[in-house]
Ligand binder design. Structure first.
Ligand SMILES: Cc1cc2nc3c(=O)[nH]c(=O)nc-3n(C[C@H](O)[C@H](O)[C@H](O)COP(=O)(O)OP(=O)(O)OC[C@H]3O[C@@H](n4cnc5c(N)ncnc54)[C@H](O)[C@@H]3O)c2cc1C
Length: 455
């Protein structure tokens, strides 16, 4: 098999690359993914999402739409959120144009035409309040596709691409990348003139191995380690009514570390994620069902220098330790118990005002698993936030751990995302150049445009 362009990975980065190339009349394109078509992937919606452990993790992360298919589908329409797109553009205007192109792709394929555009006056008031508490509020325009809608939107993109003649080779893993050729698991070969590697987080280790074999340099990026916080939705209503996923950036007093809120799910649900050697937590929100709570990640950014630069190994060691402490499940602790230096039990949690939305957890003590510096940062960050959002650091507030956002090692490329091997491009989260649907898709477009320039 030979194709002019081969794209590895059908996540937002790979799909957007195929979309951009097709729109510019490139017709000889093959997209390869180890997962299934969106409609055939096991959908957590059809399960009790409190028991995500029963879902096949690869079905959630792999297949058409990638990790985006079962995400809450929140599009952060800003070139600086989930990466920095100006790294790959000549100016800021071009970075915004990329964001708009991605938004347009989702709109053309059925994303709700409702934009959460924060009200200027209320934003200014919130910014003032945040500043007085030494916190930065980052206003952004957002579009919510919703976990229950994302699958249908992805299916539409897939069939539109097929209609344009793009070929898909699914349930097929690429084993090895060579110059001008891919080796598939099973031994078959696919030749290409141009290739974009967009394997996402599920494929980041694989990509790292390929880059090292091909002599393409990679570098470690910081890891974000913290907890998922769950509070009554009424406490978050004043800020979530301004912005759907409000983002706050905080510098902590003791260590001067960077702490941020991430992935706020207003009236959403906490879910468990299962990895090879540890568990983790995340959050979902749906457009057609709601809980009484709001959850969000509160994360400390950790960069490491020699002798251990491997931030992923550090994050994993913490996640594994917490998984052991939780008997294979995430730990859950009431903030009041943490403050008093005691573990949580179900009886104490049940007495609190916040009913957990994830039950497959072990009530325990997160301070045994999270290092002192990081826990101090989390507590100080939440105390500062409490001055902006009163009640957020109440005794009933719940902490789920581990909540860790790994970054892939960043593949070193030129501005068009072309590696030192001519015609071999990378894009998306797996290459460490994005951390979200919009930026992943935008980097796919950058790579596609890089190819178009060379054609
Ligand atoms: C639970 C959850 C919720 C999220 N919520 C949001 C959100 O609301 N908003 C947001 O912006 N982001 C969210 N994200 C992150 C977002 O989904 C990712 O940033 C985005 O999907 C990254 O896109 P990608 O194309 O780089 O990689 P992915 O989406 O991971 O896609 C990569 C694809 O490559 C395939 N692949 C990997 N290796 C190989 C190989 N060797 N051979 C063949 N195929 C391979 C995989 O099967 C996968 O389908 C969420 C993520 C998760 C897990």
């Amino acid at each position: 098999m030979n194709f002019q362009v081969v794209i590895v990975g059908a996540g937002p980065a790979g799909l957007a690359a195929a979309y951009e190339l097709s729109k510019r009349n490139v017709r000889d394109i093959l997209v390869i993914d180890q997962g299934k078509a969106a409609s055939k992937r096991q959908c957590p919606m059809s399960k009790n999402y409190n028991n995500c452990a029963r879902c096949d993790p690869c079905s959630i992360m792999c297949g058409i739409g990638g990790a985006g298919t079962y995400s809450s589908g929140l599009l952060n329409l800003n070139p600086y959120i989930g990466g920095d797109l100006t790294e790959f553009t000549s100016d800021e205007r071009e970075a915004w144009e990329l964001v708009n192109t991605v938004d347009q792709m989702f709109l053309e394929n059925g994303a709700p035409n409702i934009l959460f555009k924060p009200d200027r006056e209320r934003v200014e008031e919130l910014e003032r309040k945040a500043s007085s508490a030494d916190v930065r509020f980052i206003p952004i325009d957002q579009r919510l596709i919703g976990t229950d809608n994302a699958c249908a939107v992805i299916e539409r993109i897939h069939s539109r691409l097929e209609g344009w003649g793009v070929k898909f080779l699914l349930e097929t893993k690429v084993a090895e990348v060579k110059e001008g050729e891919l080796l598939l698991e099973g031994g078959e070969k696919v030749g290409f003139e141009y290739c974009i590697l967009a394997p996402g987080r599920s494929g980041m280790k694989w990509l790292e191995g390929q880059m090292s074999r091909l002599g393409i340099q990679t570098q470690y990026l910081p890891v974000d380690i913290g907890v998922r916080v769950e509070v009554p939705a009424s406490i978050m209503e004043p800020v979530c009514s301004i912005e759907h996923d409000p983002k706050f950036h905080i510098r902590t007093s003791t260590f001067d570390d960077f702490v941020r809120t991430f992935c706020v799910n207003h009236k959403g649900f906490v879910v468990m994620e299962v990895y090879d050697d540890h568990v983790g937590v995340n959050g979902y929100s749906f457009t057609n069902k709601a809980s009484d709570n709001t959850n969000f990640a509160l994360l400390v950014r950790v960069g490491l220098t020699e002798p251990l630069e491997d931030t992923t190994a550090y994050g994993r060691s913490i996640a594994t330790q917490i998984t052991i402490l939780g008997g294979g499940r995430p730990l859950l602790q009431r903030l009041g118990d943490l403050r008093r230096g005691r573990r949580s039990y179900w009886s104490r949690i049940e007495r609190g005002a916040v009913k957990p939305t994830l039950m497959s957890v072990t009530p325990g003590d997160v301070s045994i698993g999270i290092p002192y510096r990081l826990l101090t940062d989390i507590l100080e960050g939440l105390e500062k936030l409490d001055r902006v959002i009163p009640g957020i650091a109440g005794d009933s507030t719940l902490f789920y751990a581990p909540e860790i956002k790994y970054s892939a090692k960043k593949v070193l490329t030129n501005k068009s995302l072309e590696t030192r091997i001519p015609n071999l491009f990378v894009a998306g989260d797996g290459a460490g150049v994005s951390r979200g649907i919009v930026t992943a898709a935008a980097t796919g477009i950058v790579a596609a445009r890089g190819i178009l320039k060379k054609m």
